[in-house]
Ligand binder design. Structure first.
Ligand code: URA
Length: 242
């Protein structure tokens, strides 16, 4: 949001009072005096008035090895949620960057940084989400062309985006998605009447599930993992169709 709006909200001040604070050099952003009220500040930007910090939230980024049998939600009246796996002090204010089904396992990302999680999940960034899948029946080579071409999902009223399929064994495959529709992988295999019996997310974009994490364990992301490819503040447009 704009710096002048942020100051007005935080200090309950009118526009004139905010303008005066800015004009007299009492406001700093990232340690430097900022007089321009149009300056954009994020939820974690260090803003100070007369040297006193106004923005106190710190960004948090975690990876969890989601175990089977818990819900991808921040609360649920009946089941354990992925947040229950975290220490309550670490879990405060977090939301999920993407979901996994109740019995799916693997990489789950949790954060309090909405911009970051939107970038991760926005299909226009084309960040691959990679899953290992086991099915009830054999997987045949014809699946790959169908996954690539896309299937019409009636509930969403559109075609799925191209997905990758690498057959690893008779009943095992690696699937790459660039979006996250409800039960997407199960529905893709469902097209062939082939039931998914195990599903494990290995990677989202550049972030791989740490193999040292057992199901239910979690750790903070490192700086290299938090840095996502592509522009920091994207203004992506879907390409116009002729
Ligand atoms: N697709 C599914 O069907 N389930 C998941 O948990 C993730 C992707």
């Amino acid at each position: 949001m704009r710096l002048d709006r942020f100051l007005g909200q935080r200090k309950t001040l009118g526009r004139r009072a905010v303008r005066r604070l800015l004009a007299t050099g009492r406001v700093t952003v990232d340690g430097a005096v900022m007089r321009d009220g149009r300056h954009d500040v994020g939820p974690f930007t260090p803003v100070a008035l007369d040297g006193e910090p106004l923005a106190t939230r710190r960004p948090a980024y975690w990876m969890l090895h989601k175990p089977a049998g818990c819900v991808s939600a921040t609360r649920d009246p009946r089941h354990r949620t992925v947040l229950d796996a975290l220490d309550p002090a670490d879990a405060e204010g977090l939301h999920l960057a993407g979901r996994l089904d109740f019995n799916s396992t693997g990489l789950m990302l949790l954060t309090n940084d909405g911009r970051w999680s939107r970038r991760l999940s926005d299909p226009r960034h084309k960040l691959p989400k990679v899953y290992w899948v086991r099915t009830e029946d054999p997987i045949t080579p014809e699946y790959a062309a169908v996954f690539e071409r896309g299937l019409y999902f009636a509930y969403e009223g559109r075609m799925t985006r191209p997905a990758g399929l690498e057959i690893l064994a008779q009943r095992e495959a690696r699937v790459t998605l660039y979006e996250g529709l409800y039960h997407q992988i199960k529905r893709l295999f469902g097209h062939f009447d082939n039931r998914v019996v195990a599903l494990h997310r290995e990677r989202i974009g550049p972030i791989r599930l740490d193999p040292s994490l057992a199901p239910g364990q979690y750790r903070a992301l490192g700086a290299d993992e938090i840095r996502l490819p592509g522009p920091a503040e994207p203004d992506l447009q879907e390409p116009r169709r002729p």
